[in-house]
Ligand binder design. Structure first.
Ligand code: AMP
Length: 604
């Protein structure tokens, strides 16, 4: 028998070190030969799916080489796949996209026709997602050692699921992952040792889930070494929840009992298993939470926390100041980049500042291609005129160039445009590293909602009908994602021309707010009505002439007077301030818009 290590290092420590080493070696290996790996992955995907209808339709007839694939298979968007996806959703079990049975649909937060996109997936993809997760902590451990000696306080949630007419589940990718055995039955691992028992994460009631997760996080406060949620918006919501409920939570800790608002039996059982009365901790929580300032509340309540693990790239960057405030400037760590279509990559330098985050795409996850794009000063993307022939492989992207990501997955997406714009900012060995620039065409986003200008415009047009009886018209409008409120909310600035004799009553503007909300996509309405991750939409009526002033201001900043168009969304702080200074009245949506799980056409 090998001798027991005498330096306090246990067998578990050795096993962990070995696991970490293997994960890092894997990254070294695949990033050293990305082209070879990508070629192999494409061959594997095309061999596995050689007989599927989709590839047959495009004349691939069993070819598995890159050249033939690129020549014959078109680059597509979701709309191009709509018919195939509808057939699968309606129960057609033939091998349309994948030779493996479609196990479920993952409902993307990207929408088509106002409804979430349905991404087909197969069982084997769960393994690939788990692999990407397994790389995160070995990477992190290089920068912050000792994380295996405590817990992570992560606020993780499931969302509602629906069934397609053909009986397949349709649910978000994380709901699918948390409900899978990969997560629920994970063997003990110090890196997935969370303060939240599985039952609290898997509780379908979001209030009970949040309450119990926060309670456990507070109760185990000294053990917590890292805190987080998937997106920054979710973590801030958790802090807001604490602001509202700390006295109830501390009462539970004082008495060692769980508030009866938590009724879910499995949640109660799992929490009660750990909770014992701790009056000292309750005193401490009350003392800290009742202080007027909540600056640094994270480091105060969870004093051993080393970093905040949340995505703050892309539209989530708007939350950085709030997170800095609550965390007293702890590192904000963005570990990974993923989607319903496919998990893409990891951040190999996780302690870098949010503006420097670069994701290294892991070449085994799928076959990746890149469509070069150029952006105008306003941020709109312009594709190269040469179109699809310009697509380049992972190993051929150029430093400094921006691209739209295109994926070919094991689950049956072929040359599918993800809609994300990435920029090459460096290399890990021979593999490129990308900063996330933006999601194409997204004007407004608070949480996972993504509203584009066209959709916003249609929604505003619908609302303007309420002004007709008052002989009023909308002169101009623009919008803004206000994240100073928690949760954040959409603000629409309206300049109204009132020529009628009766002033417009407040309830009319409130109806306008609701009409806009009712007209927006299902992800937005779910965020409002079910997840409560988005606050009530607000219309701010501005003085007449405000939009002329906005134009003058833009021109003073260098915009061309001939080409000036009112921006339909504003982010630049001085412009938002200009608009806010001209507000004469403001109105909120009086209730939540309607939302039902599943697609409109399934619910009748
Ligand atoms: P979904 O399709 O709902 O799973 O959302 C996936 C999308 O979220 C991606 O295509 C990105 O637009 C966005 N996203 C995911 N991870 C990140 C990240 N690390 N940084 C910025 N945006 C991200």
């Amino acid at each position: 028998m090998p001798e027991a290590p005498d330096n306090g290092v246990t067998a578990t420590d050795y096993a962990l070190t070995d696991k970490n080493k293997k994960a890092l070696e894997f990254i070294e290996d695949v990033t050293s030969r990305p082209d070879q790996v990508q070629k192999q992955i494409l061959t594997e995907i095309l061999t596995q799916n050689a007989t599927v209808e989709y590839l047959h339709r495009h004349g691939l007839s069993g070819h598995t080489d890159r050249e033939t694939f690129k020549k014959l298979v078109p680059v597509v968007t979701y709309e191009d796949l709509h018919n195939d996806i509808t057939r699968i959703a309606n129960g057609d079990k033939s091998a349309i996209l994948s030779s493996h049975p479609i196990s479920e649909f993952l409902t993307s937060s990207g929408t088509s026709g106002g409804e979430r996109k349905l991404m087909p997936t197969i069982d084997a993809e769960l393994g690939r997602r788990s692999l990407l997760y397994s790389l995160l902590m070995p990477v992190m451990n290089q920068f912050v050692p000792g994380l295996d000696k405590g817990k992570g306080m992560y606020f993780l949630f499931i969302k509602s699921e629906a069934k397609t007419p053909g009986g397949l589940l349709a649910r978000p990718v994380l709901t699918s992952y948390y409900k899978s055995s990969h997560f629920k039955e994970r063997p003990y691992d110090p890196y997935t040792n969370y303060t939240s028992p599985n039952e609290t994460i898997l509780c379908p009631d979001s209030y009970q889930s949040m309450y119990s997760q926060m309670l456990c996080g507070l109760y185990l406060n000294k053990e917590v070494l890292r805190v987080g949620a998937v997106f920054a918006s979710g973590f801030i919501r958790a802090i807001r929840f604490l602001e509202k409920h700390w006295s109830l939570l501390s009462r539970d800790i004082r008495t060692g009992s769980l508030n009866p608002v938590v009724t879910d039996p499995s949640v109660r059982e799992s929490v009660m298993k750990m909770l014992k009365p701790d009056p000292n901790l309750a005193d401490f929580i009350e003392l800290e939470c009742s202080k007027k300032s909540w600056q640094g509340i994270i480091t105060r309540l969870w004093p051993n926390t080393k970093y905040v693990d949340v995505i703050v790239t892309g539209s989530m960057a708007q939350y950085i100041p709030t997170l800095d405030y609550y965390s007293n400037g702890l590192p904000l760590v963005c570990t990974m980049y993923a989607s319903s279509e496919c998990y893409f990559g990891v951040n190999l330098n996780p302690l870098c500042s949010p503006s420097e985050v670069a994701y290294t795409i892991i070449p085994t996850m799928a076959y990746f291609e890149f469509l070069p794009v150029h952006r105008t000063a306003s941020g709109a993307t312009i594709e190269s005129e040469k179109g699809n022939s310009q697509l380049v492989d992972l190993a051929d992207v150029k430093l400094g160039q921006e691209y739209e990501l295109v994926v070919t997955t094991y689950a049956g997406l072929y040359r599918y445009r993800v809609g994300d714009i990435l920029k090459v900012v460096g290399f890990k060995n021979k593999a490129p590293q990308f900063s996330f620039i933006c999601r194409k065409n997204v004007a407004l986003s608070i949480d996972s909602d993504k509203t584009d200008e066209v959709e916003l415009h249609k929604a505003v047009e619908n609302a303007v009908n309420h002004l007709v009886p008052f002989s009023a018209t909308l002169t101009e409008y623009t919008s803004y994602a206000d994240t100073t409120t928690i949760p954040g909310h959409y603000v629409i600035f309206w300049e109204v021309n009132e020529s009628g004799s009766t002033p417009i009553p407040a309830w009319v503007f409130e109806d306008c707010c609701l009409t806009i909300e009712e007209s927006l996509n299902s992800v937005y309405r779910q965020g409002r009505a079910s997840d409560k991750s988005i606050g009530a939409l607000e219309i701010k009526v501005v003085e007449n002439g405000t939009f002329d002033k906005l134009m003058d201001f833009a021109i003073s900043l260098g915009a061309s007077i001939n080409q000036y168009k009112t921006p339909r969304c504003v982010k630049y702080k001085p412009i938002v301030e200009l608009l806010n200074a001209k507000v004469v009245s403001s109105y909120f949506s009086p209730k939540c818009p309607k939302w039902f799980p599943g697609h409109k056409q399934w619910t009748g």
